[in-house]
Each structure stands twice: as C-alpha cells, then as structure tokens.
Design a protein around this ligand. Structure first.
Ligand SMILES: [Zn+2]
Length: 257
C-alpha cells in the first residue's frame, strides 16, 4: 500500500511538473514597435540607437527572434517546440522609417519582422511607405506584411457615431478590404490582424474570425499564449522611455500577468 501511495504521489508530481512546463512554454512575448528616428518627436517613435541596442541585447542574451507565423502556430499547437527564449518583433502602421532606418539593422541582425499595414496609407500618405518599398522588404525574406485594418479607425468612436447597420458594414469593410487589398498587392494570403489602437470587443473578435483571420493581436502588455483569445493575443508596445532593464523585464516574461 505504501508503495502504491508513493508511486501515485510521484505520478502527481510528474504531471504537475510537465503541466507547468507546457503552460509556461506555450507563452511568448510579442513586441510592437511603430516608428524609428534620430530624435523622438512623439510617443510612437523610438530612437534608432535605442532600437539597435535592444536588437544587440537580444542577440547577446541568447534570444531567438522567431516569425509571428511560427509563434502563432506554436500557440495553436501546430508547432511543437520553439527555441528557448523565443521572441517576436512586429511593427505597426507602415511608416517610412521602417524602410529607411529599420531595414539596414534587420539585414544586419537577420531577425524576422512582421509589419501590420493599413493599406489606405500606402503610396498615399507622406509618412507611409510605398507598395514598392513593402515588396522590397518582403523580397529580403525577413519581412512579412499582415493586416492592420483598412484605414486604422477607432472602432469605439465609430460604434458611437454610426447606426448598428452602418457600423456592421463599416467593420466588414475595414477587415475584409484590408485583407483583400494586401493580398492583391503583396501576392500572398493575409491571415493575421493587429487591432488599430489595440481596440477590440467580443463582436469584433467574432467578426475577425468569420472573415478569415487566423489570429489577431492587441497591445494588452502580456505574453501571447494559448490561454488568451485567439483573436486578441497580447503584445508589448515598446516605447523610448523603456531602458534596457525594462526591456529585459518584458522579454523575460516578468511583466506577464
Ligand atoms: Zn496602428
């Protein structure tokens, strides 16, 4: 009897250990950047030098930057393992500084980057990249374009402004047109979405899934993981005010709640 008791306790300990391991392993920090500059002119910009020191810190501290697609498939259980200390880098909005300032650094470090783009700005707004620049970025095989809605609306404000019917139509256009235009322009399927301003609600999550997105991302300052909603996987927005100590605390998962 004593042996059976000891064996059952041992089995329980093993299960608990692997349960904890699997839980913690299926969790990954996804970083979200916006634009880069020599000077910081707004809260969305980080200095090129700051960004460079973060890339160097990741490299020196044994981190592996994996693609968003690999991370998403890992979260969904389609990929069984990812390197220890894996991290994902994403950049929202398609600002010109991605092409001018970020590209040379990414070619040097060879880290895979996902760009969340709202197509209405591309080859149109003065601050945005052109379609040709986006294609050049993808030709490096280091950049992947995904969707950031069609024109970056504030869904909360639009919901208040529009009738229920108008709002429904508006959401469909923002999610579907972004996907179809990007697919046509970039020549590959678009399966991931980043919520503009990080705004989402239950209806939006359902809508994103129903129009064919496989995963969507917020900026809820937590690790992405299988326990989080597939259409609202959290990311950490990185700002200039974070020093390397704060950056380390995010990358190591210390800020994951
Ligand atoms: Zn944005």
């Amino acid at each position: 009897m004593v042996i059976v008791f000891i064996l059952s306790r041992l089995l329980l300990l093993i299960l608990l250990f692997f349960g904890t391991f699997v839980y913690s392993a299926a969790s990954i920090p996804i970083l979200c950047y916006h634009r880069f500059g020599i000077e910081v002119k707004d809260s969305m910009t980080i200095k090129i030098q700051t960004f460079k020191s973060q890339l160097e810190w990741l490299r020196m501290n044994g981190y592996t930057v994996i693609s968003l697609d690999t991370a998403a498939r890992y979260i969904k259980g389609e990929v069984q393992s990812i390197p220890f200390k894996s991290i994902v880098i994403t950049v929202d909005d398609g600002h010109k500084s991605v092409y001018i300032d970020m590209l040379p650094l990414i070619i040097k470090y060879k880290f895979p980057i996902t760009l969340f783009i709202y197509p209405s700005a591309i080859s149109n707004a003065t601050y945005a990249m052109t379609w040709e620049q986006l294609r050049q970025l993808e030709e490096t095989k280091l950049f992947q374009v995904e969707s950031h809605t069609y024109w970056h609306p504030n869904f909360k404000k639009e919901k208040q402004k529009l009738s229920a019917e108008e709002y429904e139509k508006f959401v469909t256009i923002q999610l579907v047109k972004s996907k179809s235009v990007l697919e046509k322009k970039m020549g590959h399927s678009i399966t991931y979405l980043a919520w503009s301003f990080g705004i989402y609600d239950d209806d939006l999550l359902k809508k994103a899934q129903s129009v064919g997105y496989e995963m969507a991302f917020s900026i809820d300052h937590k690790n992405a993981k299988s326990m989080e909603p597939m259409m609202a996987q959290p990311r950490y927005m990185i700002i200039e005010g974070y020093d390397l100590k704060r950056f380390e605390s995010i990358c190591s998962g210390k800020e994951d709640k």
